[in-house]
Design a protein around this ligand. Structure first.
Ligand SMILES: [Zn+2]
Length: 196
């Protein structure tokens, strides 16, 4: 099977419900790296993500560049977000993604202490900068590959708007849209490791 993981950072946002409906209509699964402070703002969407079979990862509470923080601050950013997600969904995330992709060994190890692996990406769309449906669509189609992990943002309205046509095209090209964990085909990500 040719699998691809669509991942969405920084949410949940105002348009995330629309995205969830698109995913449901197309029987596609995705992975969401959530910010704790947005979890607090939109708890119903977090519950819905979990209920509809999507994967949820930790994207810190307030989106700082983690390598600039003290150990205790990093742990606090991660732990508060873990608590917010697990109290809503009953499941504690096993993966995190560092804001801006800024990370180092210390960040990776501290996240490992909180039970999480670090998940980066194979392709980034720069959708937050493009803000254009056509450009975002062609970026994803260009970056898509077997077992790829594509980084997007569900807080970018154009990303959510282009998703119905984009998913249709990805399916036409033979991709199965799955969560990051499904991509691993039974392998478990060890806390403190980095993937892909
Ligand atoms: Zn982010």
């Amino acid at each position: 099977m040719k699998c691809l993981a669509l991942t969405f950072d920084d949410g949940p946002g105002p348009a995330t419900g629309t995205l969830l409906s698109t995913l449901r209509k197309n029987k596609a699964k995705a992975t969401f790296f959530l910010m704790g402070k947005h979890v607090e703002l939109r708890p119903a969407l977090v519950k819905r993500m979990a209920r509809e079979g999507h994967e949820i990862g930790n994207h810190t509470w307030s989106h700082p560049s983690l390598p600039t923080l003290f150990d205790e601050e990093i742990t606090q950013e991660l732990r508060a977000t873990q608590d917010a997600i697990s109290s809503l969904t009953g499941r504690t995330p096993r993966m995190f993604r560092p804001p801006y992709g800024n990370t180092d060994d210390r960040v990776r190890e501290l996240a490992g202490d909180e039970g999480m692996a670090q998940v980066l990406w194979t392709g980034t769309t720069l959708d937050w900068k493009l803000r254009d449906q056509k450009k975002i669509r062609s970026a994803v189609l260009r970056l898509a590959k077997r077992d790829g992990v594509i980084l997007m943002h569900d807080v970018v309205p154009q990303t959510v708007q282009v998703m119905p046509s984009l998913i249709k095209e990805l399916k036409k090209r033979g991709y199965h849209l799955v969560t990051v964990s499904t991509l691993l085909k039974g392998r478990k990500l060890a806390p403190g490791t980095t993937y892909p």
